[in-house]
Design a protein around this ligand. Structure first.
Ligand code: E4P
Length: 221
């Protein structure tokens, strides 16, 4: 399963990329707005730092504007995936951009029917937002299961990118289902790294090593 970071925060991107954990990045207008400044600089920088796919989203709501913006976004790099909303114009733009060889991520997916239509429009990724479904009392992970089942009946080549992830359990569930990608807020990826028994275990190893060293000051590993 690929791990993308769901952020436009350069510090987090550099930190987790340096650890070798990132296969890609997803951004959206809200995430860019959260960072402030000129989004152009952030988009430029992210596409340079990350080797894998970087989703950059259009803000036009009609077809020709999406195509224009999608092509402009692609100028940031060959790793740019154009993100379009799950609307009739978004699907039309997905079809056109995909047939020109420009990869598309269809975002704001909340049903299996929407995922099916996006796949038929040639999307490289569909982004079902599971946390937002959980927020309104629906089961986001059931949606991932259903989309996985539907896609496995056909040869779409479309990848399931699990979005709107809220906690590490979502990641485990997505991996058990066999989702292709999870896109994680930096705080969720940070939580996945840690376990209290790892911290305690390491502290004890180091304490015991110091004990050993106190009798043999010259020893080294
Ligand atoms: C995905 O590409 C979106 O950027 C993101 O996962 C949305 O998550 P949210 O519901 O936490 O805003």
């Amino acid at each position: 399963m690929k791990i993308f970071l769901d952020t436009a925060n350069l510090e987090s991107i550099k930190k987790f990329n340096d650890m070798g954990l990132l296969d890609g990045i997803t951004t959206n207008p809200s995430l860019l707005s959260k960072e402030g400044g000129n989004p152009k600089n952030a988009m430029e920088e992210i596409t340079k730092i990350i080797k894998g796919d970087v989703s950059l989203e259009v803000v036009s709501t009609e077809y020709s504007g999406m195509i224009e913006e999608g092509k402009r976004l692609r100028e940031y790099g060959d790793n740019v995936v154009v993100k379009v909303p799950m609307t009739p114009d978004g699907l039309k733009a997905c079809k056109s951009l995909s047939s020109e060889g420009i990869p598309v991520n269809v975002t704001l997916i909340f049903s299996s029917n929407q995922a099916l239509l996006a796949a038929k429009s040639g999307a490289k990724y569909v982004s079902p937002f599971i946390g937002r479904l959980d927020d309104i009392g629906q089961n986001g992970m059931h949606l991932i299961k259903e989309i996985k089942e539907i896609f496995s009946n056909y040869n779409f080549g479309t990848q399931i990118l699990v979005a709107s992830i809220r906690h590490p359990l979502h990641v485990i569930d997505a991996a058990k289902i066999g989702a292709d990608v999870v896109t994680l807020p930096p705080a969720v990826l940070e939580k996945m790294l840690h376990h209290p028994l790892t911290t305690i275990g390491l502290e004890n190893f180091l304490k015991d090593w110091e004990k050993l060293k106190s009798g043999n000051p010259d020893i080294k590993i």
